[in-house]
Design a protein around this ligand. Sequence first.
Ligand code: MN
Length: 253
Amino acid sequence: MSLSRRDLVGSFAAVAAATLAGTAHAGDKKQGTSPLPASGTPAAAPAAAAAPASGPFVLPALPYADTDLAPAISQNTLAFHYGKHHQGYLNKLNELVAGKEWADKSLEAVMKGTYGTDKLPLYNNSAQVWNHTFYWQSMKKGGGGAPGPGKLSDAIKASFGDGDGLKKELTQAAVSNFGSGWAWLVQDAEGKLKVLKTSNADNPVVMATGRPLLTIDVWEHAYYLDYQNKRAEYVAAWLDKLVNWSWAESQMA
Ligand code: MN
């Protein structure tokens, strides 16, 4: 499935229209390899969400209500993070592609095509839109715990010994990432799971370092309202209360 611009459906009306039509993505020839979902069904639109976008890219709805992750992530944090930060990257992306060839490409094509080039604003904003969409899916209401029996659980045992081994590595990557960035669980070409950290907007898709299964946003805006400078407490709560193992398993090759 592809996170093409047609999948990035944001306003309630647009989501409803796309869902009802049921054909919003079929035959979109700009499909890439992104595992991100199509528009899906929004649980709710947070109050801070978003004016309808003007431009080819549209913000996808959150996959839950903005109160659903509390207390690990408060409604205040989630509303700002989604409605201001994610929306801000999206708005900037639309500004940057206006009238350019990029406006006709998928989000994934934009971030891959600008990575490592002099088009840094276009890269940063497109990758941050992608990263945040993946981050929302990496969490769920009532998440945490351990994955149920299945291929993810087997791969975690093979790669990290057990779930605690994985959590230890993810915690280390998230807490030690200097400055702004992301911690990732990825699956490499041989099927083995690895933990990575990236800086700023970088992600394993553009860097070709693995297939993303989960990501933790460790930019300060992800946790500062709730945890201030205590990033380790945010990461612990994220793993204990929010991590969406079924999403991770669904992203495996
Ligand atoms: Mn963020």
